[in-house]
Design a protein around this ligand. Structure first.
Ligand SMILES: Nc1ncnc2c1ncn2[C@@H]1O[C@H](COP(=O)(O)OP(=O)(O)OP(=O)(O)O)[C@@H](O)[C@H]1O
Ligand SMILES: [Mg+2]
Length: 393
């Protein structure tokens, strides 16, 4: 007497969303339904989610050749946007989220790499303070998690940790075996911050001594991160020591540079790009934060000038991953301990972060496939891997 499963007879909204997704056409005219790209369509109230199986695209390449596929360099960004738009065009749907089913290639790890089970290490950095590095790192980590990836977030800002506030976490990490430290977890993301270890004054005294300098190294060596697709590091402002230390300890996948549009910010940001180049950290892309403001009448204002993000991207020979508007909800949700991507996934500001995350995964995955070969490409994955940064020896 089994009752019919929802799988056999989906409710009308799930059915309508499934049909809308299947009808989306790729540039060569084939439909998502024909290729079997989408599965597990589900609705929670008005919120739609679905899984995109990129293996379907690979099969397409075998049969139709490369040119027939969707945008080669950024399948997640292009297909994700088209699928979300199709789902949200169905009456009754307010949010559409894509999860990605793919086996990402990992960075080429060093033999003594402290994080052998972490496929990608992403540094979120900028020469400039207060441009939104921590905001970008947390929302990016959440967007990657919600897209189905295994994610850790490490607060590498030892003197000014932000993650405890931004993620509303105040617990203390424990050690189960007396050797390694268990990371905390929030919204499915593994977390570590020196802020978790500074709760009482005595601890602060100990950690502000010589151990402080070793803290970052300990966070890499002694935290039980487990197997991750992405470990995102929120770096302190400045061109400094942290990125250099990291580049010596492990093969980072690369850096995401955060800037604001105006020149004052970009001058410092250029320096951080140069520093990355000197220490062989690939630039994966640039995020221009606080790019513009949309007022209540829907008019766009470029308060801090424009063009800074693109100028940095051009200098770094890396793609501009996105422009994030100024939106009061970013600060409000950050202060409340739930990043906007998690708190209001259907908002347009959350969507901007989701699109940045998808572009980043596209860059990372094509880079890792390229660097797995005999020649090492330092272009940041941009321009089909043909452009190169002048790497100083
Ligand atoms: N797009 C945005 N819209 C509105 N407020 C924002 C936006 N991005 C960041 N903010 C706010 O600006 C402030 C600075 O952001 P954040 O702490 O992320 O910068 P940061 O670069 O990490 O700073 P620091 O250099 O001190 O580490 C925070 O209060 C944050 O909530
Ligand atoms: Mg910060």
């Amino acid at each position: 007497m089994a009752s019919p499963s929802t799988h056999d007879s989906p409710d009308p909204l799930t059915k309508a969303v499934t049909e809308a997704l299947h009808a989306v056409k790729l540039p060569d005219g084939t439909s998502v339904g024909e290729l079997g790209l989408v599965r597990d369509v589900a609705l929670l109230g008005s919120q739609a989610s679905f899984t995109v199986d990129l293996a379907g695209l690979g099969a397409r390449e075998d049969h139709a050749g490369k040119d027939a596929r969707a945008d080669q360099t950024s399948p997640r960004a292009t297909i994700g946007a088209a699928l979300r738009a199709a789902a949200m065009a169905v009456p009754g749907v307010t949010t559409a989220e894509a999860r990605w089913s793919d086996d990402l290639a990992g960075r080429p790890a060093k033999p003594d790499d402290p994080l052998p089970d972490v496929k990608n290490v992403i540094l979120v950095m900028s020469g400039k303070g207060g441009v939104g590095k921590s905001t970008t790192a947390t929302n990016l980590a959440l967007a990657l998690r919600r897209a189905g990836y295994r994610v850790g977030l490490l607060d590498a800002d030892i003197y000014g940790p932000s993650l405890p506030t931004m993620l509303g976490v105040s617990g203390r990490p424990v050690s189960l075996d007396g050797k390694s430290i268990e990371p905390l977890e929030r919204f499915g993301v593994k977390l570590m911050s020196i802020g978790f270890l500074l709760e009482d004054a005595r601890q602060a005294v100990i950690w502000r001594g010589p151990m402080l300098h070793g803290a970052l190294q300990q966070f890499l060596n002694d935290v039980n991160w487990g197997a991750l697709d992405f470990l995102v590091l929120d770096l302190p402002p400045g061109t400094g020591d942290v990125a250099l230390t990291l580049s010596q300890k492990l093969a980072v996948t690369g850096a995401v540079i955060v800037t604001t549009p105006q020149n004052v910010a970009t001058d410092d940001v250029f320096k951080s790009v140069s520093m990355c180049t000197k220490v062989n950290i690939p630039i994966l892309g640039v995020v221009e934060n606080m790019s513009f403001f949309i007022d209540s009448a829907g008019v766009r204002h470029e308060l801090f000038g424009k063009g800074g993000g693109q100028a940095i991207a051009d200098f770094a020979m890396a793609p501009l991953l996105g422009q994030i508007p100024i939106d009061a909800s970013v600060r409000e949700w950050g202060d409340k301990g739930t990043p906007v991507v998690q708190a209001a996934p259907s908002s347009s500001i959350a969507q901007s972060f989701v699109e940045v995350a998808e572009r980043l995964v596209d860059v990372v995955s094509s880079r890792n496939v390229e660097t797995a070969g005999p020649t090492i490409d330092r272009s940041g994955g941009a321009g089909g891997g043909k452009r190169r940064l002048p790497v100083a020896k």
